[in-house]
Design a protein around this ligand. Structure first.
Ligand SMILES: [Zn+2]
Length: 498
């Protein structure tokens, strides 16, 4: 095919001496001939800036999702068919693939995801859904050995959450905008067994490997799409519109569709930032303000944490109940809060969510068992942006407000390193994980000095890019960077936790 051949030619020209990825510490492969070039991979490159195209080929064994979803906006349902191509990178053969059904998590997503069928090479597969309906366990036709690849198909139907229901509003319809998060079965992480910790009633639940998505969505003709990745096809057919999207490296695939969105676009280098807003007058933060802030934040994070690889960063107004919510390459921003928040609070919200493009999107972590790792880093990143852009005093006054909030908890036995399941209220979760976690990072900076701290953050972002990091790895990296043992410091902050 034309696109495939042209892209492959360009990549080969860029790599005349073979595959050598400068400045990329995360992934290596010794035998370039083992990579299977195919049109799926080449299309994925269209979500990335050209200088990061080769990242796709380093991720050639990552899970690949091909999903077709048809949205019925009258019955608030999306009917989906997906194929997951999975290469087993564990050490033992496996008999099953395990998926999270995020839509069914009542206090987070609040929708209903029903599995209709699972199959492999045309044969029906047995499967089980656990009692709270958030885990799907599919039995393969035969065991999958390490290094082997298989593809299975799943047909499903997802009903959006009820308006004003128990979820965050990230899977549902309000103000004629459909928010689609957690709408399809997503593979759990395999690391010495399938990792599927019980979901908590608070916090985030996406704990996934970097994956590659090609998604086709059909919707009523006047619906515009904002999503993870880059739209590579759009066709109107009768009363319907069809979109084709590639994600590039992504933790999940989320989208917002609405006939009411208005777009503002800005450019940071070769990254397009788009703020898609719903209409309304007298917002305290106009779409243009939001776009300017987002551009400024993206620039300061790129200079501190390393480059943002995708072509696009999308912000979109949504009727969600928790301020903002991060997804790969996009974030939903609460429409009401754009109208009501003070400028500094709105800046905080954008800076926190954009930081998740690094601390969640690029560097994955277990958001259920160790939520502080990405939340404290995202909250600390706001201080970094304030200090770099507006000076130390602005950062200091924000830090002071964190110190006050960190102690406003009901259950003082809770610690910032606790898993999300240990928190019963959002307030305690937020105060400890976000703010106490940030104060720990500030203390770490005081302990090792500014220079080592910034090297730590940058190295962490580079070394674990597209991978998953656990807290011990972050803590050990600080020791590696400084060349000293931080045991006493960690004991005071972490090991002595109640
Ligand atoms: Zn967050």
């Amino acid at each position: 095919m034309y696109r495939f051949s042209l892209a492959l030619l360009i990549i080969c020209l860029l790599n005349p001496l073979g595959w050598k990825i400068e400045g990329f510490n995360g992934l290596t492969f010794s035998d370039p001939t083992s990579i299977q070039f195919d049109s799926f991979l080449v299309r994925q490159g269209r979500a990335l800036q050209p200088r990061f195209w080769t990242d796709i080929f380093l991720l050639h064994q990552s899970p690949r999702y091909t999903i077709r979803g048809s949205i019925n906006s009258d019955s608030d349902v999306i009917d989906g068919k997906m194929e997951v191509k999975y290469t087993h990178r564990g050490r033992e053969a496996i008999n099953n693939l395990v998926f999270r059904l995020l839509a069914n998590a009542p206090t987070l997503y609040g929708g209903e995801l029903e599995i209709i069928s699972a199959s492999q090479t045309g044969k029906i597969l047995p499967y089980q859904v656990n009692s709270d309906r958030t885990i799907l366990d599919v039995t393969l036709l035969e065991p999958l050995d390490p290094g082997e690849t298989t593809a299975i198909r799943i047909e499903f139907r997802t009903k959006f959450a009820t308006l004003g229901g128990s979820g965050y509003g990230i899977l549902g319809k309000a103000r004629r905008a459909i928010s689609l998060a957690g709408w399809y079965p997503v593979l759990c992480v395999y690391q010495d067994g399938w990792q599927n910790p019980n979901l908590a009633p608070v916090g985030d639940a996406v704990y996934t490997e970097t994956s590659l998505y090609e998604v086709e969505l059909t919707a009523p003709r006047d619906y515009q799409l904002v999503s993870t990745g880059t739209t590579i096809g759009r066709v109107e057919e009768g009363e319907r519109v069809w979109y084709q999207v590639v994600s590039g490296p992504a933790r999940e695939f989320a989208a917002v569709l609405s006939p009411r969105l208005e777009n503002l676009v800005s450019q940071v280098g070769s990254i397009q930032i788009r703020y898609s807003t719903l209409p309304g007058d007298n917002a305290r933060n106009s779409p243009q303000d939001g776009l300017n802030l987002a551009a400024e934040i993206l620039k300061s994070y790129e200079s501190r944490f390393g480059r943002y690889p995708w072509n696009e960063l999308d912000l979109v107004d949504s009727s969600i109940t928790i301020g903002g919510f991060e997804f790969s390459g996009m974030m939903m921003i609460d429409y009401d809060q754009r109208f009501e928040r003070s400028r500094i609070d709105f800046l905080w919200l954008l800076a926190h969510e954009i930081a998740h493009q690094w601390w969640y999107g690029l560097v994955g972590s277990d958001q259920i068992t160790a939520p502080w790792l990405d939340e404290a880093l995202a909250t600390y990143s706001v201080l970094i942006h304030l200090e770099d852009t507006y000076g130390k005093d602005r950062a200091q006054s924000m830090l002071n407000s964190y110190r006050i909030r960190a102690d406003e908890v009901n259950d003082t036995t809770r610690h910032f390193t606790d898993p999300a399941q240990k928190f019963e209220s959002w307030q305690d979760y937020n105060r400890r994980v976000y703010y106490q976690g940030t104060i720990f990072l500030e203390a770490l900076r005081g302990e090792i000095g500014d220079d080592a701290f910034y090297r730590l953050i940058r190295e962490y972002a580079g070394r674990y890019r597209y991978k998953i990091a656990q807290p011990p790895e972050f803590l050990a990296l600080a020791e590696e960077i400084t060349g000293r043992k931080l045991t006493d410091f960690y004991k005071r902050w972490i090991l002595a936790a109640p």
